[in-house]
Design a protein around this ligand. Structure first.
Ligand code: GAP
Length: 457
């Protein structure tokens, strides 16, 4: 029996991701760009799989949710209406001795245990009362001040700044009217979107957990204002948890954090985050907020357009309220990797195995010829690879001995390996090896498609 050890250190995850082609520091040959990453070949597959799973669960399989895909650059008025230009800030503070910059609320919480988010003066006083910089040990702080998280750019040099979207939600609200006018939607209904968002984070950290360019998967779910929203809210929380579990998170590594009433945005009735227990501690994975009619009302006011809903059965016209389930794709990827990464002691050595759920695994089937210098084995293995890759992401590998190839596939979480040997040429069967049990069985080549179709459904 294999003995399992779960990873506890972020460094193991970061170096594994680089070594095995999941995630690299970006533009590294030029010295990199602070906390920016590229997804490598396996990371890209992983990302696409998680996106597909999310889209399937929340769009494809639901009658009440439709998708859209808005641009990153949008009319600046949209961000004035949403309050992002004036109010999308984080509190920052610098140590004057070592010039290190911190998120003020994070450093105060770390040093005192107290949550002072939003209270700039109180944070300044607390820090300046003698709290020591964790980098240099001195106490010499600037005032705490707000820094905008908006990334600014321009279309041309005369029309003033425009912004990279800080959340995908914006285009959903501004295209609400187009959706209502072009689709036969009935309340309650949702609009889903996946895409990049950009935030000038004061401190990007913890690998891909907090980055400046990231991807969000958001739904704006429109409901009738008088409707009993609490059961719907609970259902969304359960669905978020279900999704986390489907990508490999264990239930005991998930917890809910309800934002205290006093800290809620003025328009929010309730916000609950679902957090995951990362190697650096619990951190927000999903958010769920009741945003009332704030967004549609604001966009209606700023655009001068009616953004309401007419219910033909009750003859009532109203501005819908909104429940917003949201999640960061990069954080889901980090969750899947942390949850899957396992070091196992075997009777004959050790292995790292990524215990990804099959739908998440970047490569579904690896195909090997037993020996790379036997053309007839290679030709048969290539033929099998071609056939299987019509339906599944496959990898062909003839490098090193089969034991080493198994280890390599275990490390990237490939659920099945197929080996073509001399018997295959005689009796038309191959060895199929299972990643988790390491058991092998002989399967007819003609039946591989059906076999994997069932196993990988
Ligand atoms: N439209 C609502 C909204 O944007 P948010 O809580 O600010 O809410 C949604 O962001 C999700 O986006 C978060 O739950 C988190 O998973 C992800 N996210 C936020 N900032 C991020 C960052 N800097 N890096 C990676 N993911 C981030």
């Amino acid at each position: 029996m294999a003995e399992e050890k779960k990873v506890t250190k972020m460094e193991d995850i970061v170096s594994f991701c680089k070594r095995r082609g999941f995630i690299f520091p970006t533009s590294e040959i030029y010295g990199g760009l602070a906390n920016s990453y590229s997804y490598g070949p396996y990371g890209t597959e992983l990302k696409n799989n998680i996106k597909k799973m999310w889209w399937k669960k929340f769009v494809q399989k639901r009658e009440d949710i439709i998708g859209m895909d808005g641009p990153i650059l949008l009319n600046t008025k949209l961000w004035e209406a949403s309050g992002h230009i004036s109010g999308f800030n984080d509190a920052s503070v610098d140590c004057k001795n070592c010039n290190k910059r911190f998120r003020a609320d994070h450093i105060v919480k770390e040093l005192t245990g107290e949550d002072m988010e939003g209270e700039l003066e109180k944070m300044t006083k607390t820090l300046q009362a003698g709290l020591k910089c964790p980098e240099c040990g001195k106490s010499d702080w600037t005032e705490v001040r707000n820094m905008s998280q908006m990334f600014q750019t321009e279309m041309n040099s005369v029309d003033g700044p425009i912004y990279l979207r800080p959340e995908t939600a914006g285009a959903i609200f501004s295209d609400y009217k187009n959706v209502i006018d072009s689709m036969r939607v009935k309340i309650p209904f949702g609009i889903a979107q996946i895409g990049k968002a950009f935030r000038n984070e004061i401190v990007a950290r913890n690998f891909i957990f907090r980055i400046r360019e990231f991807e969000q998967m958001e739904i704006e779910y429109f409901i009738e204002p008088e409707t009993k929203w609490e059961p719907l809210f609970e259902k969304w929380l359960d669905e978020q948890e279900e999704f986390a579990i489907s990508i490999g998170a264990k239930k005991e590594d998930l917890r809910r954090y309800e934002h205290p009433k006093a800290k809620l945005s003025h328009y929010s009735k309730k916000t609950i985050d679902t957090e995951y227990n990362f190697p650096f501690g619990f951190g927000e994975l999903f958010g769920l907020a009741h945003r009332g009619d704030f967004d549609l009302t604001q966009h209606s006011k700023f655009s001068g357009q009616k953004l309401d809903y007419f219910d033909a059965t009750t003859n009532k016209r109203y501005t819908p309220h909104v429940l917003e389930p949201t999640v960061g794709l990069d954080r889901l990827i980090l969750t899947a990797i942390c949850a899957g990464y396992t070091e196992e002691k075997l009777e004959d050595g050790e292995r790292i195995v990524m215990k990804f759920p099959k739908a998440v695994a970047p490569i579904k089937v690896a195909v090997f010829p037993l020996m790379k210098n036997k053309p007839e084995l290679v030709a048969k293995a290539k033929e099998i690879f071609q056939n299987l890759s019509e339906d599944f992401m496959c990898e062909f590998d003839d490098n090193g001995n089969v034991g080493k190839r198994y280890r390599r596939q275990d490390e990237i979480g490939t659920p099945y390996c197929v080996t073509v040997d001399f018997d295959s040429l005689e009796d038309g069967t191959v060895t199929v090896r299972d990643r988790d049990t390491m058991q092998q069985e002989r399967i007819k080549i003609d039946e591989l498609g059906k076999y994997f179709g069932e196993k990988l459904k």
